[in-house]
Design a protein around this ligand. Structure first.
Ligand SMILES: [Zn+2]
Length: 316
C-alpha cells in the first residue's frame, strides 16, 4: 500500500518535471528568438529573403550596431550583396541610392570612387607610403613639396628629352617599349614627371584660355595630377600623325600594358567614375599585381584603391 502510493507520487513528480522542462525550453527558445537578429530584422520590415542575404553577409555586430538602429531600407539587401561592397561606406551607399535611382552596382562603384562627393571637396592628402599604389585624383592630393625620391632621366630611346620618372617603374617601361618595338610599334613618352609648379602653370594657362570648367575637365589641378607621382606617363606612337587612340600601337598597349605593371588610367567608359575625360595616351604604373587585377576586373584604379588598398582585409 505504502509502496504504491510512493510510486504514484513519483510518477506525478516526473510528469510535473517534464512539463516544467518543456515549458522552460519553450520560454528560453522564445527569448532567444525575440533577441535574434533575423527576428528583429523581420520586425523592422525585412522580408525573409532579405533577412537571409543580410545575415549571411554582415556580422552579428554590424547588424546589431548599425542595421537595427536604422529604419527599413528596401535597397539594403542588394547593396550588401555587391561584389565590391565596403562596409565602411554603407551609409553613403544608402544615401546615394536615395538621391539617385540607379543600380546597386552603380551605387557601389560611384561611392567607392568618392563620386558621391563634389570634386575637390573633402580633399585628403594621399598616403605616399602606399608607394606605387598611391592614389592621386580629385579627392586625394599630393603636397606642393612632394617630389619622388627616385626620379631618373628617361633615355631618349624611350622619351623625348628632358623627361623623368620614378626608377621603380623604369625597367618595366623599357621592357614594355622593347616588346612593343618587336611587335612593330615604336612608342615614346612625351610627358612623365611634372612638378607641382609645372602642373600649376599648365592648369592656369588652360584656365585663362578656356575658363575653369574646361580646365577642370581636361587638366588636373596642381597637387591633384598623377604626373606629380612620377608614375604617370603620356605615351604616343613615334612619328605617327594619327590620333593615338586610333592607332594599332594604342591597341597593343591597351592589351599588353598590364603585363608590365601599367594601366590605361582614364578610359571612355569610366569618365563619370574617374572624373577625367578619356585620355588614351595616359598610362599609370601600379605594379604587376594591381595591374593584372585591374585588367581582369575592369575596375578603375580609384575603385581598386578603395577596395583592395584601403581595405586590405578584402584580399582574404
Ligand atoms: Zn597624362
Amino acid at each position: 500500500m505504502k509502496k504504491r502510493r510512493l510510486k504514484k507520487w513519483a510518477v506525478a513528480l516526473l510528469i510535473g518535471l517534464v512539463v516544467f522542462a518543456i515549458a522552460l525550453y519553450l520560454l528560453i527558445s522564445y527569448i532567444i528568438k525575440i533577441n535574434s537578429n533575423p527576428y528583429k530584422l523581420s520586425k523592422l520590415g525585412y522580408k525573409d529573403d532579405e533577412v537571409t542575404k543580410i545575415v549571411n553577409i554582415l556580422s552579428d555586430e554590424q547588424i546589431k550596431n548599425d542595421i537595427l538602429t536604422m529604419s527599413y531600407d528596401e535597397n539594403l539587401d542588394d547593396i550588401v550583396s555587391e561584389r565590391y561592397f565596403i562596409y565602411a561606406n554603407l551609409k553613403r551607399y544608402l544615401y546615394y541610392r536615395k538621391l539617385n535611382n540607379v543600380s546597386a552596382t552603380a551605387v557601389v562603384t560611384m561611392v567607392n570612387a568618392n563620386r558621391d562627393r563634389d570634386y575637390y571637396s573633402n580633399m585628403e592628402e594621399t598616403d605616399t607610403s602606399k608607394d606605387t599604389l598611391m592614389l592621386v585624383n580629385k579627392y586625394y592630393y599630393l603636397k606642393e613639396d612632394y617630389v619622388p625620391s627616385d626620379l631618373v632621366d628617361i633615355a631618349t630611346t624611350y622619351a623625348y628629352s628632358g623627361n623623368q620618372m620614378r626608377s621603380v617603374a623604369y625597367d618595366d617601361l623599357k621592357s614594355m617599349f622593347n616588346d612593343a618595338k618587336t611587335a612593330g610599334y615604336t612608342l615614346i613618352v612625351n610627358s612623365a614627371y611634372r612638378s607641382y609648379d609645372w602642373q600649376k602653370t599648365v592648369y592656369n594657362s588652360r584656365k585663362v584660355a578656356y575658363g575653369l570648367t574646361y580646365a577642370d575637365k581636361y587638366v588636373a589641378r596642381p597637387g591633384n595630377s598623377e604626373h606629380q607621382t612620377g608614375l604617370a606617363l603620356d605615351i604616343v606612337e613615334y612619328g605617327s600623325k594619327t590620333e593615338f587612340k586610333d592607332t594599332d600601337a594604342y591597341k597593343w598597349l591597351a592589351d599588353n600594358a598590364y603585363k608590365y605593371g601599367f594601366i590605361e588610367r582614364y578610359v571612355e567608359s569610366q569618365e563619370e567614375v574617374t572624373g577625367f575625360s578619356a585620355e588614351a595616351w595616359h598610362y599609370r604604373y601600379v605594379g604587376k599585381d594591381a595591374a593584372k587585377t585591374i585588367h581582369q576586373t575592369g575596375l578603375s584604379f580609384d575603385e581598386y584603391y578603395a577596395y583592395y588598398v584601403l581595405n586590405k582585409s578584402n584580399w582574404l
